[in-house]
Design a binder for this molecule. Structure first.
Ligand code: ME8
Length: 508
């Protein structure tokens, strides 16, 4: 059985989740669900990044301890993910003892391997990014992303000898052309490596909020240095029951484009320094933007965006869980930036869900009710829709394997369109009950069975509901390999039910 280990970034626990964090998490969830459907053994991990100055500052501003603060924000992430149907297998909090143990073990190995040394750090720091900037990379002393003044920092720190990995990283990229996708982001990472790698400061002595450096307890690890290692914490690295060897060659990190350098340069180098293979794949995605501005937590404070208005739960309460999951996966291909808007959600809902999918299911159930006694006829082997279905399945399979879930949905909606056109052509609602109607309806039901399986990674509740309406049991037992024309059984009770997606008026 193939293994598939997929991760989201672990989100800063300085504030509540928003629709940008939901974008990564829902896409990762859809990929995890597809691989389970495909029969793979899946581990899907998300979590919260709870150390660092940004989190410590957020807690101080509210007069609570950092741990109290992250315990409540971390719970808000879990609640949001439960709300939007995220099927994670593990949720890492970086304040957990298991994470501390893995981090200390992993970094002690790098230390023992001779890649960590002491030096003085002097430079500029952005707390919102939790990142260092050179004078040239700064915008006249301001952060180029957050436009806030950078803080000058000078302290004696432990450094990681990143510079020792330049050649090895280039070789790794050459030998693993699919390491970073899409190719534009791979090129970005490569350009960074080719530009020359400087050693990086990996500990701080000016703050206490972090994982203690085992060989020098006055220091804590710099937040990024502990955060990246969460991907190994979930595998039990360095602890009892360590499963790293089983899972690590099959790892896929889904990340936003602003954290390429950490995942595509630092992280593989850290793995090499610890004597292990780098992750096998990093899939980079773009940003959801509102009016061209990144929808992120720190930007919200600067730009006055009302993030509470676009918390995932605000959207799912208003439009339903599956429509929001559908919008997030369908509207913006992984790798591209996308414009987020309520109008965009309503347009997708009314067109794709109400008019296309909802209408197909409703009219088929209605005609089976009125012309076939509410009982399913069998699909015909020679149906013209069989070719449409097999083409859609082939396209969707490749799309899922290539981390293009939006394209899998696109192919599915093409099939829905073909079925609706087929019904328009035959107009079974105008035909007399009899063998001709039975053929048309058996074919339409078989398309619906295909569509249900194909949408289930993205719209699990809708899939389960339609599955039930077409008289099938236990959608949990369905597999991607059940796709293939002619398996829908005759003689099942088909029920109509309420509209799946009542139209939304565009001014609501
Ligand atoms: O960077 N559009 O955490 P973070 C799409 N803790 N995705 C968005 C987005 C947007 N507008 N805004 C945020 C961190 N994201 C670190 C990660 S990993 C070892 C440590 C998503 O809370 C996107 O995936 O700032 C981005 O990479 C992530 O949230 C950043 O979350």
């Amino acid at each position: 059985m193939a293994r598939f280990y997929i991760t989201t970034p672990i989100y800063y626990a300085n504030d509540a989740p928003h629709v940008g964090s939901a974008y990564s998490t829902v896409n990762a969830d859809a990929l995890a669900r597809w691989h389970r459907l495909n029969g793979d053994q899946v581990k899907f991990v998300t979590g919260t990044d709870e150390h660092g100055q940004k989190v410590a500052d957020a807690a101080a501003a509210r007069g609570v301890s950092p741990l109290e603060w992250t315990t409540s924000t971390s719970q808000r992430f879990r609640d949001a993910w439960d709300e939007i149907g995220i099927s994670y297998d593990d949720f890492i909090r970086t304040t957990e003892p298991r994470h501390r143990d893995t981090v200390q073990k992993f970094l002690s190995t790098i230390y023992d391997n001779g890649y960590i040394f002491k030096d003085v750090y002097s430079g500029l720091y952005c707390v919102s990014c939790e990142d260092y900037f050179t004078e040239e990379a700064s915008n006249q002393g301001n952060c180029p992303i957050h436009h806030k003044a950078l803080t000058h920092m000078e302290e004696e720190n432990w450094f990681f000898r990143l510079s020792a990995f330049e050649e090895r990283l280039l070789t790794y990229y050459e030998e693993h052309p699919g390491f970073v996708t899409p190719a534009t982001k791979r090129n970005e990472a490569l350009a960074f490596i080719r530009g020359g790698l400087k050693d990086i400061s990996i500990t701080r002595s000016s703050i206490q909020w972090g994982v203690e450096v085992p060989w020098d307890p006055k220091h804590v690890f710099y937040v990024w240095y502990d955060a990246l290692i969460n991907y190994l914490t979930a595998l039990g690295y360095g602890r009892e029951g360590d499963e790293t060897a089983e899972w690590w060659p099959h790892s896929h990190h889904l990340i936003g484009k602003e954290i390429i350098r950490f995942h595509c340069v630092w992280w593989p180098a850290m793995c090499m320094a610890a004597g292990m293979e780098p992750p096998s794949h990093v899939q980079v995605h773009g940003w959801l933007l509102i009016g061209g501005q990144k929808l992120g937590k720190s930007m919200a404070h600067d730009g006055g965006l009302k993030l509470t208005d676009i918390a995932p739960v605000t959207l799912t309460d208003q439009y339903g869980v599956d429509p929001i999951r559908y919008y997030l996966v369908r509207d913006t291909a992984l790798g591209n930036d996308g414009e987020f808007s309520l109008e965009g959600i309503v347009a997708r809902y009314n067109t794709d869900l109400a008019n296309n999918l909802g209408n197909l299911v409703a009219r088929v159930a209605t005609v089976v009710g009125s012309k076939c006694g509410g009982v399913s006829p069998a699909p015909s082997p020679a149906s013209s829709l069989a070719g449409d279905a097999s083409e859609a399945v082939a396209t969707a399979t490749a799309a899922w394997q290539n981390f293009a879930p939006h394209a899998a949905l696109e192919a599915t909606w093409k099939l829905i369109g073909a079925a609706n056109a087929y019904l328009e052509t035959w107009a079974p609602w105008k035909m007399e009950a009899g063998p001709e109607v039975d053929i048309v309806m058996g074919d339409a039901l078989e398309v619906i069975r295909h569509v249900v399986i194909m949408i289930s990674p993205v719209m699990p509740s809708t899939a389960a509901e339609i599955w039930r309406r077409i008289g099938l049991t236990e959608i949990d037992g369905a597999r991607w390999s059940d796709l293939g024309w002619g398996r829908y059984p005759k003689g099942r009770d088909v029920v109509k039910g309420d509209p799946l997606f009542p139209r939304i008026s565009s001014d609501s």
